[in-house]
Design a protein around this ligand. Structure first.
Ligand code: T46
Length: 134
C-alpha cells in the first residue's frame, strides 16, 4: 500500500498561458474552507506534524519541494512536487514534512477546515501513540 495519492489538474488555457482551476467536490475531494500559500521558505524544512481531522491538497505552483508522508507504519520520503498540474492529498492522521524548497517555490495548500491549532499533533511520539490506537 502507498500513502501517495495525487490529483492531476488540467491546464484549461487555450493559448500560451497556464490556467488551473480547483473546485470543491469536482477535482478537490472536499469543500475548501481555507487557502494558504508558502513561499520564500529558504533552506528550512517545514511541517513535522499531523492533523487530527483536516484534509488538504498541496500544489506546487512554481519551483519544487519534497514531501515526506508517514502514517505510523508506512513512510514515503521522496515525494516530489514540481508542477501546478499535480496535487498531493494530505489526509488526516498522516505525519507530513516538507523539505528541499527551491528558491522560487510557491506552495499552495487547499484545506477542508479553518485554521485550528488544536487539530495539530506536533509531537512525533504523540502521533505514533494516537496512530497505533486508531
Ligand atoms: C500543513 C502544512 C502543509 C495560521 O495562523 N493560519 C494558517 O492557516 C496556517 C496554515 C498557519 N498559521 C500560523 C501557525 C504558525 O504560527 O502560521 C505559523 C506557521 O505555521 P506552521 O508552522 O504550522 O507552518 P508549516 O509550513 O509547518 O505547516 C503548514 C500548515 O500550518 C499545516 O497545516 O499541513 O503547511
Amino acid at each position: 500500500m502507498s500513502l501517495i495519492e495525487t490529483i492531476t489538474f488540467s491546464n484549461l488555457d487555450n493559448g500560451s498561458a497556464n490556467l488551473f482551476a480547483f473546485e470543491n467536490h469536482k477535482n478537490i475531494p472536499f469543500e475548501i474552507k481555507r487557502v494558504y500559500c508558502i513561499m520564500d521558505a529558504g533552506s528550512n524544512s517545514r511541517g513535522f506534524h499531523a492533523h487530527k481531522m483536516l484534509k488538504q491538497v498541496a500544489v506546487c505552483l512554481k519551483g519544487s519541494c519534497r514531501f515526506v508522508l508517514d502514517d505510523g507504519s508506512i513512510k514515503e520520503d521522496n515525494i516530489s512536487l514540481n508542477s501546478p498540474a499535480k496535487g498531493l492529498l494530505l489526509h488526516e492522521m498522516v505525519w507530513h514534512e516538507m523539505h528541499d524548497f527551491s528558491k522560487e517555490c510557491v506552495l499552495l495548500v487547499l484545506a477542508s477546515e479553518k485554521y485550528d491549532e488544536s487539530d495539530y499533533i506536533r509531537s512525533y511520539d504523540e502521533f505514533l501513540k494516537v496512530a497505533q490506537h486508531a
